[in-house]
Design a protein around this ligand. Structure first.
Ligand code: PEP
Ligand code: MN
Length: 292
């Protein structure tokens, strides 16, 4: 595979023309890309057994479909908490199993793939790694879905071409994730590009997820931007939730409390209804166990 130069964007494997009906990505009982809207939530980083259990319990009871948690953290400072690594991944997987939720976690380098492939249900490629082409090539060989975040300053074409590496490598289970881009505006952590969501839905067949946590860096903006993402045609959300944001070791300033997250889950259905979608129906833990 690879090597053959497509004639233009229309010839790419990711282009909508290649699969006009759209791609559905299945993770156990959770389907992305259908009428059901998927919510992934949990802490920025796994910090310990109690913290991950409290976060998992909170997001599961509010109706989230997938549990998030980073164990390999791409931190701006080398002195900041870098993540718990493998023991953290095991804690996250155990919490996911206890609460009937598949898990998503970030893979930062090729050497981490076997471990992530074994324990995580969705492998996240972070914004800083969107153009790590050796990582993308290796993930093309993986038989687990990959969530590809848009780079901090990546054009839409660059984002799609990064996804093309995954599809060209043989992995068609790809979710795109808009997480805000860097602009001249300093009031928010990033600038959420919602037009990119509608654009990506038109130009690719891949499901599109929005991460309003990293896009805004501001808890009070996460509800309105989540509703707007649903209205813009996103297929789901990736949201940071922490049982005690003030004690978080990473990104606590942008984490939703469990009650703010519950409120968000209550508000989504009305907007989804307006665009002929609905929250993905919750499955019972027994159904999930059967599908795993
Ligand atoms: C994250 O999801 O915690 C993360 C590091 O995100 P991003 O790569 O979008 O900065
Ligand atoms: Mn984070």
């Amino acid at each position: 595979m690879g090597g053959k130069q497509p004639d233009g964007p229309g010839a790419l494997r990711v282009s909508r023309a290649a699969r006009p009906e759209g791609t559905r990505v299945q993770v156990g009982p959770v389907e992305f890309g259908g009428r059901g809207f998927v919510v992934m939530a949990g802490p920025c980083a796994v910090e310990g057994a109690t913290q991950v259990e409290h976060s998992a319990a909170a997001v599961a009871s509010a109706g989230a479909h997938v549990l998030r948690g980073g164990v390999f953290k791409p931190r701006t400072s080398p002195y900041a908490f870098q993540g718990m690594g493998e023991p953290g991944l095991r804690l996250l997987a155990d919490a996911g199993r206890r609460h009937g939720l598949p898990i998503i976690s970030e893979v930062m380098e090729t050497a981490q793939i076997p471990l992530m492939e074994q324990h995580a249900d969705i492998l996240q490629v972070g914004a800083r790694n969107m153009q790590n082409f050796s990582l993308l090539r290796a993930l093309g060989k993986v038989r687990k879905p990959v969530l590809l975040k848009r780079g901090l300053a990546a054009t839409l074409q660059e984002w799609l071409l990064a996804a093309e590496y995954l599809l060209d490598g043989g992995n068609e289970q790809v979710l795109l994730c808009e997480r805000g881009i860097r602009t001249f505006e300093p009031a928010m952590r990033n600038t959420l590009d919602l037009a990119a969501v509608a654009w990506a839905k038109q130009h690719t067949h891949l499901p599109v997820i929005v991460d309003p946590s990293h896009a805004t860096g501001e808890p009070s903006l996460i509800l309105p931007m989540s509703l707007a993402a649903a209205a813009a045609g996103a297929d789901g959300l990736l949201i940071e939730v922490h049982a005690k944001p003030e004690q978080a070791m990473c990104d606590g300033h942008q984490a939703l409390t469990p009650s703010a997250f519950e409120n968000l889950m209550r508000r989504l259905p009305a907007v989804l209804d307006a665009v002929d979608r609905h929250l993905l129906r919750p499955e019972t833990p027994a159904q999930i166990a059967g599908a795993r």
